[in-house]
Design a protein around this ligand. Structure first.
Ligand code: HEC
Length: 241
């Protein structure tokens, strides 16, 4: 009988321990509860991204607006990340990756002599051209945009850095690739839901509140919150995300 009791105690102690471990784990999970990221990926330069003040990180850049004001010097500096594998000069050799002169606006797999991956060939069948959006998505996360690509590069998370880099790449043999007209629905003051956006912006403007800083959308919208703004936005060419 006493032997049974002993084993009961041991068993009880074991169960209690397991229970405490569970409690602690659940407890810490509750205390250190983390929100799942809205966008999966590596947040290497996430703080930088937050500071960059990009209004809608979900949307692709409005190239007609961002390219004319892009920082070409910063773009060339960003290309340092690529130089281990790429040359962008006219007539430059292929390295680990293909020469990139004229790649923007050119065909995917634009270098005849380069041994591209099957993954890139598959991608080419779906999206044959390196347009601004395609290049932007590829450089954001190469392995996600072209699964299985042999470009082993984590990607550039900061949108402005990609914009600068793409603007600079354009100067490397791709100036013939036109900069599209700015999308009216993407101007400050126009919102994703144009009708409400314009109305809201108008309301904000009407309150006459002092803007917090010169760059606040409300400040810029005062001049643009005309009811005419939404008309063109629904027919715009922005790809849905
Ligand atoms: C570690 C080496 C490496 C780095 C770093 C790298 N790339 Fe690449 N890149 C490659 C390889 C390899 C390919 C070919 C991919 C394939 O065939 O799947 C490639 C392909 C490309 C292509 C497609 C070219 C075509 O002809 O279709 C572009 C555009 C490109 N890289 C741009 C960049 C840019 C811009 C950077 C810097 C931000 C960069 N790469 C960084 C190795 C690299």
């Amino acid at each position: 009988m006493s032997g049974d009791l002993k084993w009961n105690k041991i068993l009880g102690a074991g169960l209690a321990t397991a229970f405490v471990i569970l409690l602690v784990r659940e407890g810490t999970a509750m205390v250190f509860h983390t929100e799942p990221p809205a966008k999966m990926g590596f947040f290497v330069d996430a703080p930088e991204e937050a500071e960059a003040g990009t209004p809608a990180p979900v949307l692709p850049p409005d190239w007609g607006t961002v390219l004319p004001t892009a920082d070409l010097a910063a773009g060339e500096a960003a290309f340092a990340k690529c130089m281990a594998c790429h040359d962008a000069h006219q007539g430059g050799a292929d390295k680990i990756g293909p020469n990139l002169y004229g790649v923007l606006g050119g065909p995917v797999m634009h270098r005849a002599g380069f041994a591209y991956s099957d993954a890139m060939a598959t991608h080419k069948a779906e999206a044959p051209t390196w347009g601004y959006d395609q290049l932007d998505q590829f450089l954001t996360n190469p392995g996600r945009y072209v699964p299985g690509t042999k470009m082993s590069f984590a990607g550039i998370r900061d949108q402005q850095t990609r914009v600068n880099l793409i603007a600079w790449l354009r100067t490397q043999g791709s100036t013939g690739t036109a900069i599209p007209a700015p999308d009216p629905s993407r101007q400050p003051g126009a919102a994703a839901t144009p009708d409400e956006g314009a109305a809201e912006a108008g309301a904000e403007a009407a309150t006459g509140e002092a803007p917090i800083d010169g760059a606040s959308p409300a400040a810029q919208s005062t001049t643009q919150a005309t009811p005419a703004a939404p008309s063109a936005s629904t027919s715009s060419g922005t790809s849905p995300r």
